[in-house]
Every structure is written in C-alpha cells, then in structure tokens.
Design a protein. Structure first.
Length: 240
C-alpha cells in the first residue's frame, strides 16, 4: 500500500518500493493497482517500456496525456489501453468535475499491466466506451489480444494469450469464469461469493490456476468485477 495526502494506492503484486520476489505477478499480469487520487492531483509525466497498460475507472474521471501526442479523459465504462513498446512517458491526473453538491470528487481507478508477446513494439493507444454492453450484467470482454475476440468489440492488447473481462452485477446475479490456465478475479466494487471459495469483499482478489467455470455471484448492490483470462505465463525474452 502507498498512502499520501492525495493518493491511496493498493498493490496486488510487488510494485515500486514494495518488492517481494515471491509476489511479482500471476500468469501474464504484473500489476493490479487500485488507485484513489484526490482532486487537483495525480502522477506527473513518467516513463514506461515494453508493457501493455489497461486503465479502468470506477468513479470520477482521469486525464491521460502521453509523449506520443495522445490525450483523453477516462471515465466509468471507458476502457483505455496504452502500449509502452519502445518507450514513452505519460501523466495521469484527476480530471475532477463539480458534482451537484458543488464538490469535486476523487477519481478511483484500477490500472493493470500485462506482458506483451514481444518487445520493441511501436507505442500505441486505444480507448473504447463499453458502458452500454455492461448494462447486460454479463461478463463483457473489454481488452483482448486473443483471436476469439478479434471482432473489434474490445480494445486490443499486444498479447494473443490474454483477455480482460468485466461485469457489473445486481445482487444475486451470477456469471461463470472462463476456462484458462491462469485467472485473476478482482472485486473492484461490492462483494461476491466465489463458488468453492466463499465471500470476497471489495479489493479482494483470487488467483486461480488450471481452472474455470466457477460461478461468481454478487452479494451486494453496486458490484463490479474484473477478470483476467491468461493462457500462458511465458516471460517475454529480454524484457526489462
């Protein structure tokens, strides 16, 4: 955990100064950071290289700007992918708007890093609003590099063995996890019951191997889950 006067950040894996060699990732996932940033604050320009970075906002709005000329505001339901490739810098700031009460709001978002299939790619950026699809309560694919999701309905990532799904669930609504060698289930909001495991609260995660098909059932209002489906844990050659 990292906590300052403007940032409340929780890390699922080793991150930054919080290093644990036994907890560097699961499958292809290398970061799952749960961030809350106060109004008027954020991360100044900083570098990345050879990583696929997906950002998913839960509350508020986040202003993204990078050295390739891309900029945009990310809000709930809009998925963003940044491919760091050969290298870029970017900044992320709370793009707070006044609410009906006249208050500015925190931005709450999840940022996830997955390994690319190869190094040295050209940096890239993509975003897509998937809010309408999430109304169904089904597990919706929001980012993928897998052939089975090549219809363009999700943002792309440069790894053909990984996909990210999300679901917004009403109480007692359930979805089934996909079958995969590696799964990472994160409870972004609310509470769920995971079949054969029990209750998971907001901020909890389950790391599953060689499994799938378990039912995930919402146990509260406002439940939202994020699920990484990964079909390898292969380290990219020469990745630094």
């Amino acid at each position: 955990m990292t906590k300052t006067d403007w940032l409340d950040s929780k890390h699922s894996f080793s991150f930054g100064r919080h290093y644990d060699p036994a907890n560097v990732g699961h499958g292809l996932l290398r970061a799952n950071n749960d961030e809350i940033v106060a109004p008027g604050n954020g991360f100044d320009a900083h570098p990345h290289q050879d990583m696929e970075i997906v950002t998913w906002v839960l509350r508020g709005s986040l202003l993204h700007q990078d050295s390739t000329g891309h900029s945009g505001v990310i809000y709930p339901g809009l998925a963003q992918r940044m491919s760091a490739g050969t290298g870029l810098t970017h900044s992320e700031k709370n793009d707070s708007r006044l609410t009906g009460s006249g208050r500015q709001v925190d931005v709450h978002y999840i940022q996830m890093w997955v390994l690319p299939s190869e190094t040295g790619l050209t940096p890239g950026y993509e975003q897509r609003d998937l809010g309408d699809e999430l109304v169904s309560g089904d597990l919706v694919t929001i980012a993928s590099g897998m052939a089975k999701h090549s219809d363009g309905s999700a943002i792309g990532i440069n790894n053909d063995s990984a996909a990210l799904h999300a679901a917004r669930l009403q109480p007692a609504r359930e979805v089934a996890l996909p079958q995969a060698p590696y799964l990472h289930l994160f409870v972004a909001q609310g509470e769920v019951d995971l079949e054969d495991a029990g209750r998971l609260a907001e901020g909890d995660a389950a790391r599953l191997t060689a499994t799938g098909g378990q039912r995930v059932t919402a146990a509260s209002h406002g439940t939202e889950i994020l699920v990484w489906e990964m079909h390898t844990n292969r380290q990219v050659a020469n990745l630094t």
